[in-house]
Write a protein that binds this ligand. Structure first.
Ligand SMILES: [Zn+2]
Length: 327
């Protein structure tokens, strides 16, 4: 058998990223298009098929060398049936993504949850490579986790394992998109960091951020702005990052105790805050868990960031195709 490739795709609310990965795990080429989710699922699947063609043409790689396509979508996904059961930001309910893309592209297609694919990518090809028990966490629009054990993803009942962002913790005063109140991700996520800073500004706390948004409209304030203010020594921004890190450490203390991972990988856009949240997170986690966990635990930032989902989906497609073919 000649050269072999797999395609990994990440469907986000804003963009679709499509990457070609070699059997050795090298990302050969990738392209990124707007999702245009508002135009409906059918439109999105047509785009994905067109992206695959474009990807292969630009990389000058033959269709015959591509074994399978893996896709990560947000929301609740049933990988066995290839169905995205619910994805709020795409407005999808029970959408047979795998079949739709397979029919249009002509390739075998395997889908899974995007966070699971991200963490799978980091576990197999990234920062957690070589560790047997991996707990991965992403801070993006929300907060979620995934578990990879000896190279296998852990799904749990209903494929629901890892919804860390919807734990309700004391002192969280926000309604969550899930319908719950006080969910962790309303504060611990990229958007949660921005929300906390905005609340402080609206409460009249002194902050540099006020000078950066002189029209007092904080809707465009991001976690990156909070990081910049933190670096300038702004007390409000420092307090936000410390609260975020501490709450994350608290949630992780339960996860670490149940799972005893060898490594915790932290990724997603909100993780760009880096040590600003990792330092208080570590401190809190150390304080809360049995010392035996702490002594052996490695905590690390994700290596591939935006590309982790591509690696994970491509690897997932490879593994699921092998299983399907009876190996
Ligand atoms: Zn929630």
């Amino acid at each position: 058998m000649g050269t072999v490739h797999h395609i990994g795709i990440d469907i986000g609310g804003t963009n679709i990223v499509c990457g070609l990965v070699s059997e050795e795990g090298t990302l050969i080429h990738k392209i990124k298009w707007p999702t245009e989710a508002a135009q409906g699922g059918s439109h999105v699947f047509d785009r994905i098929a067109a992206m695959i063609d474009k990807l292969l043409t630009e990389a000058n790689v033959s269709r015959q060398s591509v074994q399978a396509v893996g896709i990560g979508t947000p929301g609740l996904v049933d990988p066995e049936r290839g169905v995205t059961e619910f994805a709020g930001n795409l407005r999808w309910t029970n959408v047979p993504v795998a079949d739709e893309v397979a029919r249009r592209s002509g390739f075998p297609v395997f889908i899974d949850n995007d966070v699971r694919m991200y963490v799978y990518g980091e576990a197999m090809r990234g920062a957690a490579r070589g560790f047997r028990h991996v707990l991965g966490v992403t801070l993006g629009t929300g907060l979620a986790a995934a578990i990879v054990n000896d190279g296998s993803l852990y799904y749990g009942g209903g494929n629901l394992a890892g919804e860390l962002g919807h734990i309700k913790l004391e002192g969280i005063p926000y309604e969550c998109g899930c319908g719950g109140f006080g969910c962790l991700e309303t504060m611990v996520s990229g958007s949660g960091i921005a929300r906390q800073a905005k609340a402080k500004l609206l409460a009249g706390e002194p902050s540099l951020l006020r000078d950066w948004f002189p029209d007092a409209s904080y809707d465009h304030l991001t976690a990156a702005d909070v990081s910049r203010a933190y670096d300038a020594g702004d007390p409000a921004a420092i307090a936000v990052m410390q609260t975020t890190g501490r709450l994350l450490g608290q949630a992780l203390s339960y996860a670490v105790t149940i799972l005893s991972p060898d490594v915790v990988v932290i990724g997603g856009g909100g993780a760009n805050a880096g040590e600003r949240i990792m330092a208080p997170m570590r401190e809190e986690l150390k304080r809360l868990v049995f010392v035996k966990y702490w002594e052996r635990l490695v905590i690390t930032a994700a290596e591939h960031n935006d590309d982790a989902g591509i690696f994970g989906s491509a690897w997932n497609a490879r593994q699921r195709l092998l299983r399907k073919e009876g190996n």
